[in-house]
Design a protein around this ligand. Structure first.
Ligand SMILES: [Zn+2]
Length: 275
């Protein structure tokens, strides 16, 4: 008998603000909808990111689901993750949530029983307002009024993308990254205070997952802060943009993801990437 093939799980990341047109290559919403059907027809089962984290911790067996499993996430927490709305001059856009909901209804819930999307949001309301004012033309696209309903829905989870994303609209260039988060006070604010603030909006749900802004991490975060202070605060997993499949020996605080528009630009490229 040959050994069972080792499970390799891709995780995809989308950005609701990636809209410069209304075709696949220029619009993550259109790409997301296409990709759902591409993945489904290729035999993939969508599962929550939390399940993948639990698998890495030895707390969940995924083997009953076969060897085509995939996780879906979106970063930055635009309202367009959850609510349909307009985006600049590109007209009405369907939210990732509504696209996923319609997809499940179309293919049948029994055929994608675990379909799920994890939305990583920015905690601080003042930071979100500043980013909206500077980068989103004050269109008020970074609200938290939908977090509770999204967290209550079986199709979505609200998770943590940091206090303020260390965003260039707020920080000078040399600090506008997550690589320079190298001391305990800064990391506590960005990771643990962010978790606590987000949780106030989604009670009684907790956030246990963290997506590093820009996908950036460093030795201090990986070897010190995340497995100690963050773990004690209840954070069990953290995600990068490492562009690899997740395997069972993966560090749960350095879980790689593939980014739409960067790692693939067409359904064909997606299948080649994850196959
Ligand atoms: Zn981000």
């Amino acid at each position: 008998m040959s050994a069972p093939e080792q499970l390799r799980v891709p995780i995809l990341a989308y950005h609701a603000s990636n809209i410069t047109g209304n075709v696949y290559q220029l619009n993550d919403h259109i790409a997301f909808e296409n990709d759902l059907y591409t993945l489904h027809h290729a035999g993939y089962q969508i599962v929550p990111l939390l399940w993948i984290a639990q698998w890495l911790h030895g707390e969940r067996d995924l083997s009953a689901l076969g060897n085509r499993i995939i996780g879906l996430s979106c970063d930055d927490g635009l309202d367009l993750d959850y609510k349909n709305g307009r985006y600049f001059d590109f007209g009405p856009q369907r939210s990732f949530y509504h696209i996923l909901k319609d997809f499940v209804a179309d293919v049948g819930q029994i055929n994608q029983p675990h379909a799920h999307l994890t939305s990583f949001v920015i905690a601080c309301p003042e930071a979100r307002k500043k980013i909206d004012d500077v980068s989103l033309n004050s269109h008020q696209l970074l609200n938290h009024d939908w977090w509770q309903s999204a967290a209550n829905d079986d199709l979505m989870a609200i998770e943590n993308h940091g206090w303020d994303h260390r965003h260039p609209d707020i920080y000078p260039t040399e600090h506008a990254n997550f690589i320079s988060v190298e001391d305990e006070d800064t990391a506590t604010k960005q990771v643990i205070q962010a978790k606590n603030l987000i949780e106030r909006h989604i009670l009684p749900h907790k956030t246990t997952q963290f997506a590093y802004p820009w996908g950036h991490t460093n030795e201090f975060l990986l070897n010190e802060f995340m497995p100690k202070q963050a773990q004690q605060a209840g954070i069990t997993a953290a995600y990068t943009c490492g562009a690899e499949h997740v395997t069972v020996d993966c560090n749960p605080y350095s879980i790689p993801r593939y980014v739409c528009g960067f790692n693939w630009k067409s359904p064909k490229q997606l299948l080649a990437l994850i196959g």
